[in-house]
Design a protein around this ligand. Structure first.
Ligand SMILES: *Cc1c(COP(=O)(O)O)cnc(C)c1O
Length: 365
């Protein structure tokens, strides 16, 4: 049995450090907005080489609050990719803005900059490029479109901790970027968590109010706000894990290169890495023309897998109201029909890759 992901293996490797971190919080008995969060925010901003980090309750909240801090709300349109994870669109919709979807570049599974330019209307206020699976979007043409039309850019970095575009970390390109620390993300807490990073001091200050009921100073509230804070226990766990993120990313990249070689003559297509990209392989999504048969075969052979994602946003029951018919985004729809995610996590032994490739090669025709 090869599991899709094994969080227990990571806990065995760093359990002592995370238990000490949690104990620190328990002994201090200060649980919300305290010194662990302050320290994590500085450390994560330093890791990304940006100025400000504001810890919030989840990645979805990070998208919602980042857009709100940039003035996006009712009446606005926000553009994102049709193949993203649902929370991207849930975060956009929470601002009151209308999500507008665009198709993807089939080679990178990320937002197609040409389709983006065509989707802009006079109501468009922001773009949320999604570095899906951990492969960076082609940011230069996206930023150019944004500049030409005066649009804000909020990167969805929920799958892109440590990925780089032309040598610079994802999360440092737009006005702000949203991270998720959901337990299975490349940097995961032991519960829900998220953060917004930004180089803009004013945006960071607004976010600190928005996450804490709009409070400016104790009992004086200058904004309508929310309750969305990264708590002290999660911040302490993330501080224990952050120093390992570089080595974990290297392991994922090593495993991806083994996969690519092992799948060279197979019936499936491993993901590509664009020349300007350093993929962090949150997900290793292959394409297969007979994906559903492959899935059934992996199940009988005890190889874990997942599908990210089987239904594009515009065909989800909750978003049919956006009014997009099937066939509107052919590349995104084809990807949803063909992709399958194979196990990839830092503790996965090298030998597993060969075993998985053998199982795939044995798929009955
Ligand atoms: C996980 C994820 C999110 C949401 O993160 P949560 O912390 O679960 O709210 C948003 N966008 C993408 C692409 C994700 O993978």
């Amino acid at each position: 049995m090869i599991p899709f992901v094994d969080l227990q293996a990571q806990y065995e490797a760093i359990g002592e450090q995370t238990r000490q971190a949690i104990d620190r919080v328990l002994n201090r008995a200060w649980y919300i907005l305290g010194e662990e969060l302050d320290a994590f925010e500085s450390e994560f901003a330093a890791f990304l080489e940006t100025d400000h980090c504001v810890g919030v309750g989840s990645g979805t909240d990070a998208i919602h609050l980042a857009l709100r801090a940039l003035g996006v709300g009712e009446g606005a349109e926000v553009i994102t990719a049709a193949n993203t994870c649902v929370p991207t669109v849930a975060g956009i919709a929470s601002t009151g803005a209308r999500p507008r979807l665009v198709d993807i570049d089939p080679d990178t599974f990320t937002l197609d900059p040409d389709a983006l330019a065509e989707a802009i209307t006079e109501d468009t206020k922001a773009i949320v490029p999604v570095h899906l699976y951990g492969h960076p979007c082609d940011m230069d043409p996206i930023l150019e479109v944004a500049r030409n039309h005066g649009l804000k850019v909020v990167e969805d970095c929920a799958q892109a901790h440590g990925a780089t575009y032309k040598g610079k970390r994802c999360g440092t390109f737009g006005e702000a970027a949203a991270f998720s620390f959901y337990p299975s993300k490349n940097l995961g807490a032991y519960g829900d968590g998220g953060a917004v990073v930004t180089a803009d001091e004013e945006v960071a200050a607004t976010l600190k109010k928005l996450r804490n009921y709009g409070e400016e100073q104790r009992y004086t509230h200058t904004l309508g706000g929310f309750n969305s804070r990264l708590d002290e226990i999660q911040a302490a766990v993330l501080r224990a894990k952050l120093p390992h993120l570089g080595e974990w990313t290297n392991s994922r990249r090593h495993l991806a290169s083994l996969y690519t070689e092992a799948l060279l003559d197979s019936s499936v297509e491993p993901p590509e890495e664009a020349p300007w990209a350093e993929h962090c392989y949150h997900i290793f999504a292959i394409r297969s023309a007979n994906r559903n048969q492959l899935a059934g075969h992996l199940r009988t052979q005890d190889v874990g897998y997942q599908i990210h994602y089987p239904i594009p946003i515009h065909l989800q029951p909750a978003y049919l109201g956006l009014g997009y018919a099937p066939g509107t985004f052919p590349h995104a729809e084809k990807a949803c029909a063909e992709v399958l995610s194979l196990p990839i996590y830092p503790e996965l032994p090298d030998e597993s890759i060969g075993q998985i490739a053998k199982v795939i090669a044995a798929l009955p025709a």
